[in-house]
Design a protein around this ligand. Structure first.
Ligand code: DGP
Length: 115
């Protein structure tokens, strides 16, 4: 828990955030500034700054985050229409919050490449 990290505070439910998914290691909640009709952030409860800080020992956690995204996509009814999973990393990756989060975006046709 990093006391100055907004996502650590969300993970410990300091703000009474509605969780779409929760396990002992992971929580998921809706993005404050949604870029699509469904825009959910899946985060580990453990503070990790950047996806580039992870290594093989985090493989199970990262796999569980993708599994959580699949479960949420099913609940949000975007499994058949499709969706996108994104980790932004660092300055050029457009990362704003330095606690890793997997974006789940869906509910509309997404363009490629992203801006
Ligand atoms: P990124 O650019 O990948 O670091 O995305 C950060 C996302 O986090 C951005 O889409 C907005 C969202 N966000 C930032 N602060 C909060 C917050 O306090 N609550 C929620 N629900 N989302 C937030």
């Amino acid at each position: 828990m990093h006391s100055d990290c907004i996502f650590c505070k969300i993970a410990t439910n300091e703000f009474d955030t509605e969780f779409l998914y929760e396990s002992d290691e992971i929580v998921a909640f809706r993005d404050l500034n949604p870029k699509a009709p469904v825009h959910v952030l899946i985060i580990p409860k453990r503070h990790i700054e950047k996806i580039s800080d992870t290594n093989e020992s985090d493989a199970l956690l990262l796999g569980k985050m993708i599994n959580a995204a699949n479960i949420i996509a099913e609940k949000e009814n975007i499994n058949d229409s499709g969706f996108r999973l994104v980790f932004n990393c660092g300055k050029d990756g457009g990362q704003e919050v330095y606690h890793i989060h997997l974006h789940l975006l869906g509910g509309r046709s997404l363009t490629w490449p992203p801006g």
